[in-house]
Design a protein around this ligand. Structure first.
Ligand SMILES: *Cc1c(COP(=O)(O)O)cnc(C)c1O
Length: 375
């Protein structure tokens, strides 16, 4: 059966990247690797819109999240965590694992934080050292206003650390000009790579904090990694094949141009939203982002039945995580995706809903999406 991968990570890997990664292994302490690494380091700074070095680790995205906690805080420090989904909650879990005291600013699943809530929390807890937030909350499809949060956090001594794992390369996040202190991401979302690379970019303000941060760390020691990168190397054996793939991924993204990449994701997201709404379905998020569309499962039909029905037809989407399981489904449109990927998802959805006995007009979702996409 022909298969379509439309889940919010891992995402489809373009053939040119697969081919590059299938070449014979090269050694990482060689001029060949150093030429590759220099190009990747330069292009990562463009992608992150960051003047400083972008650190790279062999880990899933969570590794860079853990490193961001360990390199900015000391035992017993206070942090504010913006929570509105599973990934916001992950920041709090990592902090607690390291003995950091967490003040959670929580919004219901599907909502985006009101920036004023964070301002109020900072007034209530002026000892806060770091505010952790999520740009694109993949578990609910919601986007948080990072620019507004940066404006607020900037007026205090706290750092703003942002999980951009499904927003980097999807939505604009100019970290230097917005004043975001740490941006973390991973390889298997909009970077169109297999899982296994984690990234962290730090502002000057964040780097100034690193020597004071006394939480334990070894592999995710940011200062050590930055020192190795200054010599165009990594502290430990890099995920060589993934870095080879990353060069191709960055070439693809920068050849398309960041503004065009963001516009493409926005258009696909708008088409997907129009399509599901034309089928009478409701979006899960009040302020949906461009990475993935979370949709409430219709009454009487669990989200998991829809996921399963699509899987039988060769299409992989995602259900709900944690307590959202069964209540929703998520169609991703990030990375190596185009018009006919979202149309495939919507066509499959229409057929599966009809199979499940839900009243749908076949073609209604496609028609609404096509109206958006033809413009
Ligand atoms: C996928 C994802 C992660 C986590 O990533 P892993 O690579 O599984 O560690 C974290 N945050 C967000 C918002 C994500 O979408």
């Amino acid at each position: 059966m022909k298969r379509y991968l439309l889940a919010p990570g891992p995402t489809p890997v373009p053939p040119v990247i697969l081919q590059a990664m299938a070449q014979p292994m090269i050694h990482h302490r060689t001029p060949e690797y150093e030429a590759l690494f220099a190009e990747v380091r330069r292009d990562l700074r463009t992608l992150f819109q960051c003047g400083n070095e972008v650190l790279m680790f062999a880990a899933s995205g969570t590794g860079a999240m853990e490193g961001s906690v360990a390199n900015t805080l000391s035992p017993g420090d206070h942090a504010i965590v913006v929570q509105g989904g599973k990934f916001g909650e992950r920041w709090a879990e990592i902090c607690r694992a390291y003995g950091v005291r967490v003040l959670a600013v929580t919004v219901p699943y599907g909502k985006s934080v009101e920036p004023e809530m964070v301002a109020a929390a900072l007034r209530q807890a002026p000892e806060t050292r770091v505010v952790f937030a999520t740009h694109s909350e993949t578990s609910t499809g919601a986007v948080h206003d990072i620019q507004a949060l940066a404006g607020i956090v900037r007026r205090t001594d706290a750092l703003l650390v942002v999980d951009a794992i499904t927003s980097l390369g999807v939505m604009d996040l100019p970290m230097d000009s917005w004043g975001v202190d740490v941006v973390v991401s991973g390889s298997q979302k909009a970077l169109m790579l297999p899982p296994g690379l984690a990234f962290a970019a730090l502002s000057d303000r964040a780097w100034a904090r690193v020597p004071e941060a006394r939480l334990p760390k070894f592999y995710f020691d940011f200062a050590k990694e930055r020192k190795a990168m200054a010599g165009n190397q990594s502290a430990y054996t890099p995920a060589v094949s993934l870095v080879v793939g990353l060069r191709e991924s960055l070439r693809l993204i920068l050849a398309e141009g960041l503004p065009n990449v963001f516009a493409r994701h926005d258009r696909l997201a708008r088409a997907t939203r129009a399509g599901v709404q034309a089928l009478g379905l409701t979006l899960f998020a009040d302020h949906p982002g461009a990475a993935c569309t979370a949709v409430k499962a219709p009454d009487g039909i669990g989200g998991d039945a829809i996921v399963k029905g699509l899987r039988k037809r060769g299409i992989t989407i995602a259900g709900g995580q944690g307590s959202m399981k069964g209540t929703m489904f998520r169609i991703a449109h990030m990375g190596h995706v185009e018009v006919f990927d979202v149309l495939t998802a919507l066509a499959g959805l229409e057929m599966v809903l009809a199979d499940l006995g839900h009243p749908v007009t076949l073609g209604a979702g496609l028609r609404a999406a096509e109206e958006v996409l033809r413009k």
